[in-house]
Design a protein around this ligand. Structure first.
Ligand code: HEM
Length: 360
């Protein structure tokens, strides 16, 4: 493995690699990938805060019909001037979300498992279920949308193979009428941008929250004893987001020249912001390689992004992980029942493929 773009499935410890690259320089060009990698905290934050650093829209290539209708209106893929309008649409939907059902839904999913089971199956089902339940979706809508979310979440992947584009088109076509109905219920009017961004909330929450739920479980299992209060579980989730984040990087393209970490870059240059490296920048986090859930500035991590595109769900995602893990450990001791942890073959996210655990 070499270069800035590597699959997380092939790397045992990406953090050692990030640390050594950060020591080499805050900003480095990778000629094989044709991209500038930004490793420092200050560099990543400056780019995320800049209106001249645009979100690339490669994920939209090849999308047709309903998939294009959804993708083309997603706040996550929008740039000025449309971003502000779409952000308001997504925010209004998000503001309707209630987190009160997380413990109940976790208990329901846990009741379906044997004493030994794969926690990742729960991690995949809980975030979309909690979102749809928390937004008051009809049971029939939840049943209809649920089997499609795994495919819809792949809409964000750049350079999609033809088979994936076809699957996406099929899922988007099947889900679109239900998304429109639920969006109309939430907004009080027929609203295509709201329907698209309702899909966007499901898409955005799926992989990232699944990864947080998995990685936070591993953080908890590495402690001498699990956290004993709701606040301690939230602190554990927050420090996990810094120390072993589900999302490792995000991309931008410069729309105007910008100097980053002392390196002058031209308009049009593609950037890879290595958020997981920034989260271990020693100029911001003391002893960054140490997992310390009592760390005072853990919430300064960049795993939720920053600035105009910063995540809408910073507090909600932490709450979801904290409540779900508290429910899992409430039933008795939990231990890992597998040795090696394999990660999904993704470049931007580090997501365990399976975590077999034994409970009680
Ligand atoms: C651990 C869980 C999560 C992580 C780590 C995460 C991370 C992120 C990051 C890094 C971004 C910014 C990407 C960029 O600037 O390039 C983002 C944006 C976003 N997130 Fe999250 N997210 C999480 C959960 C969620 C959930 C649960 C929701 C919805 C319920 C959500 C909704 C969004 C939306 C709508 C955006 C786009 C905002 C915009 O572009 O203006 N996220 N998230």
């Amino acid at each position: 493995m070499s270069g800035v773009l590597f699959s997380q499935s092939g790397v045992a410890d990406p953090y050692a690699l990030y640390a050594s690259r950060l020591r080499d320089g805050a900003v480095q060009y990778d000629s094989a990938a044709g991209v500038w990698a930004v490793y420092s905290y200050a560099g990543c934050k400056a780019v995320l805060a800049s209106p001249d650093a645009h979100v690339p829209r490669a994920a939209l290539e090849g999308l047709r019909d309903e998939a294009a209708l959804i993708g083309g209106q997603l706040v996550r893929l929008a740039n000025p001037p449309s971003h502000a309008t779409l952000r308001a649409v997504a925010q209004r939907l998000f503001d309707r979300l209630r987190g009160g059902g997380i413990a109940r839904l976790t208990d329901r999913l846990l009741r379906e498992q044997a004493r030994e089971f794969d926690w990742v199956t729960v991690c995949k089902r809980l975030p979309p279920l909690a979102l749809m339940d928390g937004l008051g979706f009809a049971a029939s809508s939840i049943a209809m949308l649920s089997p499609h979310i795994d495919v819809l979440a792949k809409l964000m992947q750049p350079a999609k193979p033809a088979a994936l584009l076809a699957d996406l088109q099929e899922s988007a076509k099947a889900c679109w009428p239900v998304l429109q109905t639920e969006a109309a219920r939430l907004t009080g009017k027929s609203d295509e941008a709201a329907a698209a961004n309702l899909a966007g909330l499901l898409i955005q929450s799926y992989d990232a929250t699944r990864g947080l739920l998995s990685n936070a479980l591993l953080s908890a299992l590495a402690l001498p004893a699990p956290p004993a209060s709701a606040a301690a579980w939230r602190a554990l989730a927050q420090e996990t987001l810094r120390h072993d984040p589900p999302i490792h990087n995000t991309r931008r393209t410069l729309a105007a020249p910008m100097e980053i970490g002392g390196v002058p870059l031209q308009a049009g240059e593609p950037l890879l912001l290595v958020l997981a490296a920034a989260n271990r920048d020693p100029s911001v986090f003391a002893q960054p390689e140490v997992f310390d859930w009592r760390r005072e500035n853990a919430a300064m991590h960049l795993t939720f992004g920053f600035g105009a595109h910063g995540c809408l769900a910073r507090e909600y995602a932490v709450l979801l992980a904290a409540e779900a893990l508290a429910r899992l450990f409430a039933a008795g001791p939990v231990r890992l029942a597998q040795r090696d942890i394999r990660h999904a073959p993704l470049v931007n996210a580090r997501l365990p493929e399976a975590l077999r655990i034994r409970t009680g």
